[in-house]
Structure formats: structure tokens, C-alpha cells
Design a binder for this molecule. Structure first.
Ligand code: HEC
Length: 164
């Protein structure tokens, strides 16, 4: 099965639980706009982990831009690899668990996430080969994935992205 990033698996693992218990400590209420939650229903500790992961992602993306515009192959490659590698570790979950989780996550969420990581992998290759024009195009698609996922799953947090 396709690898899914750590934060996606984290969410996956928690979604069924949240569905069944219907509460997650105050800030985690879920409202719906169309079919999509404005905020994923997560207990605070896991939301904190997701935010932490997102904060690291933002930091690495900023550093990556700096490395790309300087034509720094090594650093660009390393940063892209780290972003791509925010994959979980198949070893943390059994194959069966992974598959079960995969069935629970909204399909487009998984697609967005894996498209994002795929672009990071291609950017890594482009940087290794010194193809910085291609790398910047991939950087742009990765940035679009941030906005797209936030506009679909995090509009309570980022109301400016409603309807994007
Ligand atoms: C597949 C979905 C998805 C993708 C792709 C994604 N995010 Fe997020 N991100 C989320 C969700 C969901 C939240 C809201 C978490 C919450 O409930 O606070 C979030 C929150 C954040 C936050 C706020 C963290 C905090 O400290 O509260 C930042 C910053 C962030 N994302 C940056 C990024 C960047 C930069 C990218 C792209 C390079 C990105 N995200 C891609 C789903 C995604």
C-alpha cells in the first residue's frame, strides 16, 4: 500500500475514535461546510502533534525556498528529503492496521497528502540534478497542496481559505 505521511496516519488513527465518542475537549468540535469538516475532530494532544508537524513543515518549506533560490543543491536535496520523509514508518503499524486506516481516511485527503509527498520526492531528484527551474515548479505544486488541504480540512483555523 502507498505510504502515507505521519500526520495523516495520526489523524486516521483518531478519526474513528472521535466519531464514536463525539467530543474532544472543547476546541475540537466539527462543523460542516458541505461535506467537509471545517476542522478535523481531534483530541487536543493529537491536534498539538499535528500542529507541531505542520510547524516543522512550514519551517522546512521556507528553508527550502532559500536553498533553491541560491542554487544550493546539497541543502535543497536534504530539505526536500526531510519533507518527503515525514512518512511514517511502516514499522509503527501493522499492514492490516495500515489498510484499515487507509479505508477510513477521506480519499481526497490521502490523495492530497500523497501528491504532496510525491512532489517533494521529485523536487529532491531535480535538486540533485541541479535542475532548479523544475525544482521551483515542484515547489509551487507543493505550496498549492498546502492551500488546497487547508481550504478543505482546516477552514475553522484558516477562515481566509474558505471557498478556495
Ligand atoms: C493533507 C492535508 C494538509 C496538507 C497537504 C498541509 N496541511 Fe497544514 N494543516 C492541515 C490541517 C488539517 C491543519 C489544521 C490543524 C488544526 O486543527 O489546527 C493544518 C495546519 C497547519 C499550520 C498551523 C500549525 C499550528 O501551529 O497551528 C501550518 C503552519 C501549516 N498547516 C502549514 C502547512 C504547509 C506549509 C503545508 C505545505 C507545505 C501544509 N501545511 C500542508 C492539513 C494539511
Amino acid at each position: 500500500m502507498r505510504l502515507v505521511s505521519f500526520f495523516v496516519l495520526l489523524l486516521l488513527a483518531l478519526l474513528p475514535m472521535c466519531d464514536h465518542h463525539g467530543h474532544d475537549g472543547g476546541h475540537g468540535h466539527t462543523t460542516f461546510s458541505g461535506e467537509r469538516p471545517e476542522q478535523l475532530a481531534l483530541p487536543e494532544n493529537l491536534r498539538a502533534l499535528l500542529r507541531e508537524e505542520m510547524g516543522l513543515l512550514e519551517r522546512d518549506m521556507q528553508a527550502l525556498l532559500g536553498a533553491l533560490v541560491r542554487g544550493d543543491r546539497d541543502r535543497s536535496q536534504k530539505l526536500a528529503a526531510r519533507i518527503r520523509g515525514s512518512y511514517i514508518l511502516e514499522q509503527r503499524l501493522s499492514q492490516g492496521e495500515l489498510e484499515e486506516l487507509g479505508r477510513l481516511l477521506p480519499e481526497d485527503f490521502v490523495e492530497l497528502d500523497s501528491g504532496f509527498h510525491e512532489s517533494a520526492g521529485r523536487l529532491e531528484e531535480a535538486a540533485r540534478a541541479g535542475r532548479f527551474g523544475d525544482a521551483i515548479d515542484l515547489y509551487a505544486s507543493m505550496s498549492r497542496a498546502c492551500v488546497q488541504c487547508h481550504s478543505q480540512y482546516a477552514t475553522e483555523r484558516f477562515p481566509g481559505l474558505r471557498g478556495q
